[in-house]
Design a protein around this ligand. Structure first.
Ligand code: NDP
Ligand code: MG
Length: 390
């Protein structure tokens, strides 16, 4: 029996993971499930899956969770320390699918236990890629990418030598506004941005798809995960979302990973790795699909992509600054404090203000330094949003 824990169990990736686990209950023992605000769903799934422990990240919701679990054998806990304790419990496989940099510390703790980490939380790699890889190495743990593009690249690289890789191309759907005239973007609302043409995902990543900040994070994630040069990484808009990524080799061959947009493929691949098992995903009918199209990923329309290039060039802790600034600017957009195009403006300005002190960016990539610079970037983002509002 495989012992598994799911961080962010109440979210879109967490629920897809439970869907797969639920199809073969005998094969798994659920150790812990975590969530934040969605206490009812957390308790329901913890009971259904007979988890040892359910944790809400919000200490203020502990009583609600206790009540929802009363009369059952599931333990309830809350708060950041409880998340770390859950990540330290022996498990064979842990899904890291909290949204945001809050996913970093529990993921590192799991790696320190030697637990295989299925990584949906791309923010961990963006904020602290070298720390994630060195922690995994030091404790003999593996990190399995769950982001569909990175799972695709990982799969295309099986049996290949990295020295033969010339380039990696990740695809982007283009999000909700890919066909909008640029001049209309200034008035785009959070509700409009939170609809996705192809993928069914959490609200935040869906809006990040419309702004292309999701792809920007993924460019950095590609660099950190596969340790390749920024110049070798490209993004291309592919509205059908059937090809998730391609790897180009020095003999000119391009290996593409093709399949319908269903996260259960990448989750299932990470769950069963190194085996491949039958998964409940639609089989692609190429004739029905008919055609696949591609467009340039325009950095004028999507300045997030340009900023990602700057971050990759700057290195150090700039990924953590970029991510935290984006998280706060996204809050500001959702709360209607700033407009859609001001998300990138805020992030660019935070990068410039924080990087003015090069010592900030060049500090060692440790968990403490990432947490500190994450706070600093959020504070700067708040200041800049107040300036914009004023
Ligand atoms: P959701 O918003 O659907 O779910 C987020 C999960 O994290 C929920 O369980 C939520 O709890 C929990 N959570 C939110 N804030 C905190 C916090 N501060 N501390 C602890 N837990 C918290 O997100 P997704 O499932 O869409 O995405 C999860 C991660 O996977 C992200 O990093 C995303 O970029 C990545 N990813 C997602 C894909 C997708 O298809 N959805 C595809 C590729 C990557 P609650 O809901 O109970 O409040
Ligand atoms: Mg992705």
């Amino acid at each position: 029996m495989k012992r598994i824990t799911i961080f962010g169990a109440t979210g879109s990736i967490g629920q897809n993971t439970l869907d797969l686990i639920g199809r073969d209950r005998e094969a798994y023992k659920v150790v812990a499930l975590t969530g934040e605000q969605n206490i009812e769903k957390l308790a329901r799934d913890a009971i259904t899956f007979d988890a040892e422990l359910a944790v809400t990240a919000d200490p203020g919701r502990l009583e609600d969770l206790r009540q929802a679990l009363s009369g059952t054998a599931v333990q309830a806990a809350a708060g950041p320390e409880a998340l770390i304790e859950a990540a330290s419990r022996p498990a064979d496989w842990l899904m890291s699918s909290i949204v945001g940099s809050a996913g970093l510390a529990p993921g590192l703790k799991a790696l320190e236990q030697g637990t295989s980490l299925a990584l949906a939380n791309k923010e961990s790699m963006v904020c602290a890629g070298p720390l994630m890889l060195s922690t995994a190495k030091a404790h003999g743990a593996s990190i399995l990418p769950v982001d569909s593009e990175h799972s695709a690249v990982f799969q295309a690289l099986i049996g290949e030598d990295m020295s033969a890789v010339e380039r990696v191309i990740i695809t982007a759907s283009g999000g909700a506004f890919r066909d909008w005239p640029i001049e209309n973007l200034a008035n785009a609302t959070p509700e409009q941005a939170a609809t996705h043409p192809n993928w069914d995902m959490g609200q935040r990543i869906t809006i990040d798809s419309a702004s292309m900040f999701n792809k920007a994070l993924e460019l950095i994630e590609t660099r950190e995960f596969f340790e390749i040069e920024p110049a070798q990484i490209e993004a291309v808009v592919h509205p059908e979302s059937m090809i998730h990524a391609l790897v180009g080799f020095r003999d000119g061959a391009l290996m593409a990973h093709v399949g319908p947009p269903d996260m259960r493929h990448a989750i299932g691949f990470a769950l069963h790795y190194p085996e491949r098992k039958t998964l409940p995903v639609e089989r692609l009918d190429l004739v029905k699909l008919g055609q696949m199209t591609f467009r340039p990923a325009d950095e004028t329309r999507w300045p997030a992509l340009r900023l990602a290039r700057e971050v990759m060039a700057a290195g150090g802790l700039s990924g953590a600054v970029f991510n935290a600034a984006k998280e706060r600017a996204l809050d500001g957009f959702i709360e209607k404090r700033i407009g859609f195009q001001q998300i990138a403006r805020v992030v660019e300005e935070v990068l410039s203000r924080v990087s003015a002190n090069r010592g900030h960016i060049d500090a060692a990539i440790t968990l403490d330094n990432v947490i500190n610079i994450d706070h600093l970037a959020r504070t700067r983002a708040d200041e800049i949003m107040t300036e914009i509002e004023g």
